[in-house]
Design a protein around this ligand. Structure first.
Ligand code: PEP
Ligand code: MG
Length: 326
């Protein structure tokens, strides 16, 4: 198998019937970077910047942040990288961050964009480091745990201010700056049009979205496997996000664990996703699946399956059946 994945590395990620798909990888530290070449990923779909904060003993200074981001962009060597602003708080606690308190429901608490909008100095510093590291190149920035559109607007104000500040001091700015949001809080599902107008792209964080939609703690082993992410309600909802992106002509990717298992990656392609981001080790297995996949036929099959009575339809079984037929 490893031999097969190595052989597939330089093969274009195209389905058996000729549909091109972007297979990206998730990363978070400099040690992950060699995986970009080894996995054959088309770029980094999710760079979890909070990891640098989590392995440090104090807040990383702006210079250290800039150094890491530059290293990432250099290693990507022209491939796209999406940097997510720090997703700390909740279960990702920083022992040196005094502002945080014990919370009864950390997943629903003061975390990610909520925290950085309340401590804008943190966001400003990070944005400055990202802008400087991306001088002369494209910068893609993504906001985690967005719940309402105004959070994007407020973050954009902070980003714009940093851009003006740096240009005043004649810094080399990015050639383009794209701002995106993660779709991981269900409130966004009922404002998808507004969301698409407010951003340049979105990425579905299926780990958190599943946790919140199913009211199921992603870290609780007793229940984490109780409900199937390949159930009709969750897949219908993921399909709706992909469709909204298509209608608004905004790129939609998915970067949760779901993207990394061949059977669920297959389901995602079948409901309209054309860019997915996964752990580096999953790129080979997912590409092997893709090369054998008649995607048009699968899409038709998924349409039919998702229109059936959800109470009596086993989508995972249908996917397995389709896979064994092909
Ligand atoms: C997610 O929630 O699916 C996601 C990609 O982000 P994280 O796993 O870092 O919360
Ligand atoms: Mg998340």
């Amino acid at each position: 198998r490893q031999q097969l994945y190595r052989e597939l590395r330089d093969r274009p990620p195209v389905s058996k019937d000729g549909v091109a798909v972007e297979l990206l990888m998730n990363a978070g530290l400099a040690v992950d970077l060699p995986q970009l070449a080894q996995s054959g990923a088309a770029g980094i779909g999710l760079f979890r910047t909070e990891l640098q904060f989590m392995v440090a003993s104090t807040f990383p200074r702006v210079e250290a942040q800039e150094r890491l981001y530059r290293e990432v962009i250099d290693a990507a060597d022209g491939k796209p990288v999406t940097f997510r602003t720090i997703d700390i708080g909740g279960d990702k606690v920083l022992p040196y961050f005094k502002g945080a308190q014990q919370e009864e429901n950390p997943a629903l608490g003061w975390r990610a964009i909520r925290l950085t909008l309340d401590r804008p100095g943190l966001l400003r510093t990070q944005v400055r480091a990202l802008l400087k590291a991306s001088g002369g190149r494209e910068l893609k920035l993504m906001l985690p745990m967005v719940t309402e559109i105004s959070e994007i607007t407020r973050a954009r104000d902070i980003i714009d201010r940093e851009v003006r500040h740096l240009s005043r001091f004649a810094h080399h700015l990015p050639t383009s700056l794209k701002l995106g949001a993660m779709v991981e809080v269900p409130s966004l599902l009922w404002q998808l049009d507004e969301l698409m107008s407010a951003v340049d792209f979105v990425s579905v964080g299926s780990n958190d979205l599943f946790q919140f939609v199913m009211a199921t703690d992603r870290g609780n082993t007793r229940i984490a496997d109780r409900f199937d992410p390949l159930c009709a309600p969750f897949l219908r909802l993921l399909r709706q996000i992909a469709q909204a992106g298509k209608e608004a002509d905004k790129p939609v990717t998915l970067c949760g664990e779901l993207a990394g298992r061949p059977i669920s990656a297959m389901a995602l392609l079948g409901i309209g996703y054309r860019a997915i981001s996964m752990a580096p080790a999953s790129v080979g297995p997912v590409k092997a699946m893709l090369c054998e996949l008649p995607l048009e036929a699968l899409s038709e099959r998924m349409e039919i399956a998702l229109a059936k009575n959800a109470a009596t339809t086993d989508i995972r079984a249908e996917l397995r059946q389709f896979a064994s037929e092909h």
